[in-house]
Write a protein that binds this ligand. Structure first.
Ligand SMILES: [Zn+2]
Ligand SMILES: [Zn+2]
Length: 149
C-alpha cells in the first residue's frame, strides 16, 4: 500500500521545506507546512500560535466563545510590497452563530499591509507566484525537509 498520494501523506504528517533562489544566494530558514494531527483541538492549536495571536485565542477560549474552528495548519505568507515571508499557523475561529471571531493575519509592519497566503503546489513541489524576498526572481526551488510525525 504505497499508493497513497503525497498530498494525503503530507496532510497527515506535516512537512518542512526550504526555499532557495537560483538567481541569488537567498535561502530561507526551515518552513513548516501541513496540518498534522497536532491540530485536533484548540489546546493543541495554541501550541502553534505566538504573541498577540496566542493571547487573543487564549482569551476567546477561556471565555468559551469558540464554537468551531478551521485550520490549514502552518502556512506561508508573502508581503505584496517588500516580499518578506512569514511562516505561521493559520486559524479561523467561529462562535455558535457562525460569526468569525478570529482569523490569522500576517502583518508586515514596514509596509503596513497584510501578507498574502501562498498555497503550496505539492504535486509540482513549488509555490506558484512566490518570488524571492531578496532579488524578486520568480520560480524558486523548494527542497523538502524531513516529515515530522
Ligand atoms: Zn512588506
Ligand atoms: Zn533571489
Amino acid at each position: 500500500m504505497f499508493n497513497l498520494s503525497k498530498r494525503f501523506i503530507v496532510s497527515l504528517m506535516g512537512q518542512s521545506y526550504f526555499i532557495e533562489c537560483p538567481k541569488c544566494d537567498y535561502s530561507s530558514s526551515e518552513i513548516t507546512m501541513g496540518v498534522g494531527f497536532l491540530f485536533g483541538n484548540i489546546d493543541d492549536l495554541l501550541h502553534g500560535l505566538k504573541g498577540e495571536d496566542k493571547k487573543t485565542v487564549q482569551f476567546l477560549h477561556s471565555r468559551k466563545t469558540i464554537h468551531h474552528h478551521y485550520s490549514r495548519g502552518y502556512s506561508l505568507y508573502q508581503c505584496p510590497e517588500c516580499h518578506s515571508l512569514e511562516n505561521k499557523c493559520h486559524l479561523d475561529l467561529y462562535n455558535s452563530e457562525g460569526e468569525l471571531l478570529f482569523s490569522t493575519k500576517s502583518y508586515c509592519d514596514p509596509c503596513q499591509k497584510n501578507r498574502d497566503y501562498m498555497p503550496e503546489d505539492l504535486e509540482k513541489e513549488t509555490i506558484p507566484n512566490l518570488c524571492c524576498p531578496k532579488c524578486h526572481h520568480h520560480q524558486l526551488s523548494l527542497s523538502l525537509g524531513a516529515l515530522w510525525d
